[in-house]
Ligand binder design. Structure first.
Ligand code: TEU
Ligand code: CA
Length: 555
């Protein structure tokens, strides 16, 4: 594996709408991000990915872009963005934006021009088909519910394809003009001083054509697009071209949102000169998902979590670098997702932090994760903003769930769990805004907030600082960044343990339960590098792990 500038870094995801509001309109903004750069620097963050902040009608919270060359006025101006890039550079920090190019907004001028003249140049920017007697070209279901086909505004005899919301028409990547527009935009940002991109829904850009039906998997007669994506071939030609025309020459960082890639494709995706610098490991994130919907999803156990992580680590081996997460803006809060209900505590939160942070790859922290923000307890569907959650609520009801059952499943999996405002302090609205927040603050902000953790050496925030410091510690960096990952006592129930072997040998262990566990050590412990308890109890080479204890040992 070739060494790259970003390998030893720590990354952080900002969901700008919910991060910090500088002007009291209830919406987080870029000046707000600038004012918190020192906070991130002290946490040990180097790379910051900001979810979309471009002009957008916000049908999908900015993942529906109407202008790729500007900033949404609620978030600030291009000057603010330039200032953010300059300030970040002064602090040796790197800014990534979100590249959302599987689709644009239906309010983007390309789509408006396609509607104005469906025979003109821009109609070929999208997938537009004739609509004879209301017939659909295929029975694919959009990710947010309903058919992927929608009548073309102003032209009821035509219809366009949208794998996501109907306000997110898919861009036709088969058209070289579309690809040129995308590359032009990427280069424009990179030339402006951006360090790279997180790349949204990128596996969706290649469609299996001609359109055809697949077996339906729900009562609506439609089927998930996963069937079609599994059969689509040739996405690599687009991705290789994109790399060669944009990221490659700029030596920019790119991290792909890639689902369902096959083992043999890994070297093409993230090997030396892969399409992307890295891609997220979604194995634990998607565990238990059902094509029927969230209501049918199977909960993940600690053993499942471990198996998912190790499976990904083994398949990627030395090919490249995964990006490791426990949550993002599409997922529940990691501590609520991976720690069994009733066992969420400062100990289990720290244990989970150790477990994922020490995996091989690039660790990403999602805003609020570092203070242990938890899922919201939604008591009514009216508290939900997210389109995907509202769809899943109705999917559950249509499948026969009661309102209580439907509410319970969306409470567990809602994307809004991660989108509630960042909890900065214990004043009203958690110090996120002086106005009315666009989405309710989690009422637990009085207990869980940055201010109360900043000067507490035992807080989760301080613990994350120890983890980032260890990753940068010159004595251990080489091992933590490049050392092999080898599972230890892999089949032991509720234990997650692995070696990182390089210049040094580290053993990372986490007791994923409230009951204590005795673990035989494979060698003499030279040093305890990190522990979520004050003491480490080792006698005669047996490590006695307490309730959710996690330790990093040097052997
Ligand atoms: O997500 C892509 C994706 O696959 C999601 O549909 C995911 O399965 C879903 O969020 C689970 O509820 C990306 C973005 O991360 C997401 O926020 C956007 O809504 C989506 O693309 C469309 O741009
Ligand atoms: Ca604001």
């Amino acid at each position: 594996m070739k060494r790259k500038w970003w390998h030893d870094k720590v990354a952080y995801q900002i969901y700008p709408k919910s991060f910090f509001d500088s002007n009291g309109d209830g919406i987080g903004d870029i000046p707000g991000i600038i004012s918190k750069l020192d906070y991130l620097k002290e946490l040990g963050v180097d790379i910051v990915w900001i979810s979309p902040c471009y002009p957008s009608p916000m049908a999908d919270q900015g993942y529906d872009i109407s202008d790729y060359y500007n900033i949404h006025p609620a978030f600030g101006t291009l000057d603010d963005m330039d200032r953010l890039l300059t300030e970040a550079r002064k602090k040796d920090m790197y800014i990534l934006l979100d590249l959302v190019v599987n689709h644009c907004s239906d309010e983007h001028e390309w789509f408006e021009k396609a509607c104005a003249d469906p025979e003109g140049k821009y109609s070929n920017f999208f997938y537009i088909e004739d609509r004879k007697e209301g017939q659909l070209p295929c029975n694919w279901r959009s990710y947010f519910g309903g058919s992927v086909w929608e009548p073309l505004p102003g032209h009821p005899d035509k219809q366009y394809l949208h794998l996501f919301h109907k306000k997110q028409p898919d861009l036709n990547w088969e058209n070289p003009d579309v690809r040129e527009e995308v590359y032009k935009n990427i280069n424009w940002w990179l030339d402006r001083g951006l360090s790279g991109f997180r790349i949204d829904a990128i596996i969706n850009i290649k469609k299996k054509l001609p359109y055809k039906d697949y077996a339906s998997d729900r009562a609506d007669g439609l089927c998930t697009v996963d069937n079609m994506l599994a059969e689509a071939r040739g996405v690599g030609e687009f991705l290789g071209e994109m790399r060669d025309r944009t990221f490659g020459p700029h030596e920019a960082f790119s991290v792909g949102e890639v689902f369902n890639e096959k083992d043999e494709e890994l070297p093409d995706f993230i090997g030396d000169n892969g399409y992307f610098s890295s891609m997220f490991d979604f194995a634990p994130v998607v565990f238990g998902a059902s094509s029927k919907g969230w209501y049918d999803r199977k909960a993940i156990t600690p053993d499942d979590y471990k198996r998912c992580c190790f499976h990904s680590q083994k398949r990627v081996g030395d090919i490249g670098f995964l990006s490791n997460i426990i949550e993002n803006h599409d997922e529940p809060r990691g501590v609520s997702h991976y720690i069994p209900e009733g066992e969420v505590s400062i100990y289990s939160k720290k244990m989970l932090a150790v477990m994922y942070f020490m995996l091989k790859g690039l660790p990403f922290i999602y805003q609020g994760q570092e203070i242990g923000m938890e899922n919201m307890k939604f008591s009514s569907i009216d508290q939900i903003d997210d389109i995907s959650t509202i769809d899943e609520y109705h999917v559950a009801l249509n499948a026969g769930c009661t309102r209580e059952e439907a509410l319970k499943c969306i409470s567990i999996y809602s994307r809004d769990n991660a989108r509630t405002p960042m909890q900065w302090d214990c004043t009203e609205n958690a110090g996120f805004t002086s106005g009315t927040p666009w989405l309710s603050v989690n009422p637990n902000y009085r207990e869980i907030n940055v201010k109360s953790q900043l000067n507490d050496p035992d807080s989760l925030l301080s613990f994350y600082k120890k983890l980032t410091a260890l990753r940068k510690n010159p004595d251990y960096k080489e091992t933590i960044v490049y050392g092999d990952l080898i599972p230890y006592l892999e089949d032991q129930h509720n234990l997650m343990a692995y070696f990182r072997k390089g210049e040094k040998t580290l053993l990372i262990l986490g007791n994923f339960q409230t009951e204590p566990q005795d673990i035989p050590l494979p060698g003499q412990c030279k040093k305890v590098l990190l522990n979520n308890y004050p003491e480490t109890d080792i006698s005669e080479n047996i490590l006695h792990l307490k309730n959710y204890q996690a330790v990093i040992l040097e052997l």
